[in-house]
Design a binder for this molecule. Structure first.
Ligand code: APR
Length: 236
C-alpha cells in the first residue's frame, strides 16, 4: 500500500495533558499574562527583563513536562506514512515523543538567538543557540555582541516557516488538526490549502470554528482523539 502524506497541525491543546497550559482556555496563559506585554515584539523592546523572565519560567515548566500519548501516537503515524508535524507550539514534546519532521511555526522555547540576526525562511540555524531549559537574562550576549532573545515568533513578527507549512498542507493526502483554537493567523488559515478532496480531521473537546464537507470533528481530548484517529487513518 503506498505511503500516505499526513500533515499534522497542532496547537497548545496537544500539550495540555502534559501539564502545559493552553492560551485561550479559561485558565490559559493569556488569562494570567497580557500577550502584548510578554509575547509581542513591542513588549520585548519595552521591557526585555519581563519578557526574558516569562520565557525563563516557561522553559523551567517544559523541563518538568513529558510527552503524552497524543504526541507518541502522532509520532507513531510515521510508521508506513510520510508525516510532517506543523506545530504552533514552542515546546519540544513532539520531538521528545519521536516525531522526526517538525516545523515550528512560532519558534522554539529551548532556543535563543541574537537580537540583531536577520532570518530567512529557514530561521538560519547557524546563529540559533539551544540553551535547553537554562535561563537567559539581560546581559547574556550572543557571539555577535547583541543581547540574546527568545527564538520565538513574537506577535508583530513575520512567520518565516509559513511557506513551508503551506507547501506541506497543499500536498498532503490527510490533514489532522489537534488542539488549536484556530484564532491566530496565518496558522489558522492553513487548513484552506488542503486540496478539496483531502479529508481534514480536527481533534478538540470543544466546538471548532471550521466546517465543510471534508472536515470531520473528533470531539475529544488529544489523547482520546488520537486513539480514535489511528483506527480511522487505516480506513482512508
Ligand atoms: N486536547 C485537545 N485539545 C484541547 C485540550 C486537550 N486536552 N484542551 C484544550 N484543547 C483545545 C481548546 O479547546 C482550544 O481549541 O486546544 C485549543 C487551544 O487553543 P489556544 O489556547 O488558542 O492555543 P493555540 O490555538 O495553540 O494558540 C495559537 O496563539 O498565543 C498564540 O503563539 C501562541 O501558538 C499560539 C497561538
Amino acid at each position: 500500500m503506498s505511503k500516505k502524506k499526513i500533515a499534522v497541525l497542532t496547537g497548545a491543546g496537544v500539550s495540555a495533558e502534559s501539564g502545559l497550559g493552553t492560551f485561550r482556555d479559561n485558565d490559559g496563559l493569556w488569562a494570567k499574562y497580557d500577550p502584548m506585554e510578554v509575547a509581542s515584539i513591542d513588549g520585548y523592546y519595552r521591557n526585555r527583563e519581563l519578557v526574558l523572565g516569562f520565557y525563563n519560567m516557561r522553559r523551567k515548566e517544559l523541563a518538568l513536562a513529558k510527552p503524552n500519548s497524543a504526541h507518541r501516537d502522532i509520532a507513531a503515524l510515521e510508521e508506513g506514512n510520510i508525516v510532517t508535524v506543523i506545530t504552533q507550539n514552542v515546546d519540544n514534546l513532539h520531538e521528545r515523543a519521536g516525531s522526526t519532521r517538525v516545523v515550528h511555526l512560532h519558534g522554539e522555547l529551548t532556543k535563543v538567538r541574537p537580537e540583531t540576526g536577520v532570518y530567512d525562511d529557514t530561521f538560519s540555524e547557524k546563529e540559533v543557540i539551544d540553551v535547553r531549559y537554562e535561563e537567559v537574562n539581560l546581559g547574556d550576549k550572543a557571539p555577535n555582541g547583541s543581547q540574546l532573545r527568545p527564538h520565538i515568533v513574537f506577535f508583530g513578527e513575520a512567520v518565516p516557516m509559513i511557506d513551508r507549512a503551506i507547501d506541506v498542507i497543499s500536498e498532503c493526502d490527510v490533514l489532522l488538526i489537534v488542539g488549536t483554537s484556530l484564532q491566530v493567523y496565518p496558522a489558522a488559515g492553513l487548513y484552506r490549502y488542503a486540496r478539496a478532496d483531502t479529508p481534514v480531521y480536527v481533534i478538540d473537546p470543544k466546538d471548532i470554528p471550521i466546517r465543510g464537507g471534508n472536515i470531520h470533528h473528533i470531539r475529544a481530548t488529544a489523547t482520546e482523539g488520537m486513539k480514535e484517529f489511528i483506527h480511522i487513518i487505516d480506513t482512508l
